[in-house]
Design a protein around this ligand. Structure first.
Ligand code: MLT
Length: 395
């Protein structure tokens, strides 16, 4: 017997569909100079401190005295301690013992569902990162949506829930993928109070927190009073430190998070120690280097460059008078397709007329129809070139 829930999924994962279309276009136009502002993959290489830590860890593995085999299930103490200190700088008290090191936020977002019942009622913002919806469809859970739209500047609140059923699991992503919108502390406090009142659990995706480094915005849900009894946070080094290919993430499950008499932290430990053998030692050493003074200064240089790219995009959209959100606290810019085009029409138009790749908004949900996402992860030159081409084709 197979899992028939899979027949309820769209045929392909969003980014696979986009990649396939781009491959077909490039094959048909081998000389085309295609600029990719689609999937959020970084272009800056790993920071110097990270590379040094990787080399050192590789060498340690070359001799019996320092060779490392299986590591602790939850991640090495050196990295979890470094992360706990990092949380302090973000205004949150998180114990090293509550941090679980893993190989990617995408995997943890999917795997965390193992500790929840299949009958849970799940609430997901629309639009949002498609992994939340797809993984719940795979498990056959009931999903309702939070109506994110221009009216609430793509920051839905509890009153924007499109169902009367009581939520058990609420996904929030801030700064948001794909809209780039970012909740402030007061808004997150409303969510935390709401979840605590209902006994719901917030799954908080903070993969883009480093881009919200201004205006007092919260970079972790644990900076909000009351979050320790209702939230799990999933964070990643993919965008923070360019680990999209290196793979390292961390999930925080606070001790106070208890449901039906069970500690969710203990359940997650049980799940991870059974189904996962940990992130490689060399990668954890590389991740540790990110949180040193030198390493963090180096990664901030890269983030600044991506923020410059975001500004190149938002300046162009301002000049063209196109509505958008994001870009200021996020590497994503979420724009309304020009000339009332649909998301996929604009995708084809932009690719065929300007050889620029973005992501069609409707791949992130119904409310993404007529919208389009660009990323700031390319180089400044290529980003500027893409924007010049956009201006040219819209003349
Ligand atoms: C995105 O482009 O939405 C992300 O890079 C995809 C991911 O993180 O899996």
């Amino acid at each position: 017997m197979i899992n028939t829930n899979y027949s309820n999924l769209k045929a392909n994962y969003l980014f696979s569909t986009v990649a396939e279309k781009v491959r077909a276009y490039s094959e048909a136009h081998p000389d085309a100079d295609v600029i990719k502002l689609g999937i959020g993959d970084v272009t800056k290489p790993l920071a110097k401190s990270v590379i040094e830590a990787l080399h050192k860890a590789v060498d340690e593995n070359a001799v019996a005295e320092t060779f490392m085999g299986y590591g602790p299930e939850q991640g090495y103490g050196f990295l979890r301690e470094a992360l706990a200190k990092y949380y302090k700088t973000l205004g949150a008290d998180v114990d090293a013992d509550e941090i679980f090191v893993s190989d990617g936020a995408k995997s943890d977002i999917a795997n965390i569902l193992d500790i929840f019942d299949k009958n849970c009622h799940v609430v997901i913002p629309d639009p949002v990162y498609p992994v939340y919806l797809d993984t719940n469809i795979m498990d056959g859970r009931q999903v309702s949506f939070l109506n994110a739209n221009e009216g609430n500047i793509f920051l839905p609140m509890p009153e924007d829930l499109m169902s009367d059923a009581q939520p058990d699991i609420i996904y929030l992503c801030s700064p948001n993928n794909p809209t780039g919108a970012c909740y402030n502390k007061e808004q997150l406090k409303v969510w935390v109070d709401y979840a605590n009142k209902l006994g719901a659990v917030i799954l908080f995706d903070s993969a883009y927190e480093i881009f919200a480094d201004k205006d007092g915005l919260p970079r972790t849900i644990f900076a909000i009073d009351g979050a320790r009894t209702c939230a799990i946070e999933i964070a990643s080094l993919s965008k923070t430190a360019g680990f999209t290919g290196t793979r390292c993430s961390y999930t925080v499950v606070p001790k106070e998070l208890v449901r039906d008499g069970q500690s969710l932290k203990d359940m997650w430990f049980r799940r991870q120690s059974t189904k996962f053998n940990g992130t490689p030692y060399i990668v954890q050493r590389a991740a540790e280097a990110v949180f040193t003074e030198q390493g963090y200064a180096e990664i901030l240089e890269n983030i600044k460059l991506y923020q410059t790219n975001a500004k190149i995009i938002t300046d162009t959209l301002d000049e063209l008078g196109i509505y958008y959100t994001g870009g200021h606290y996020s590497p994503y810019i979420w724009l309304k397709c020009p000339n009332n085009m649909s998301s996929w029409e604009f995708f084809d138009f932009f690719l065929e007329k300007a050889q620029v790749v973005g992501t069609p908004g409707e791949g992130f949900g119904e409310n993404g129809k007529g919208f389009f996402r660009l990323t700031a992860f390319n180089t400044p030159d290529r980003t500027q070139e893409a924007m010049n081409r956009l201006k040219e084709i819209l003349k």
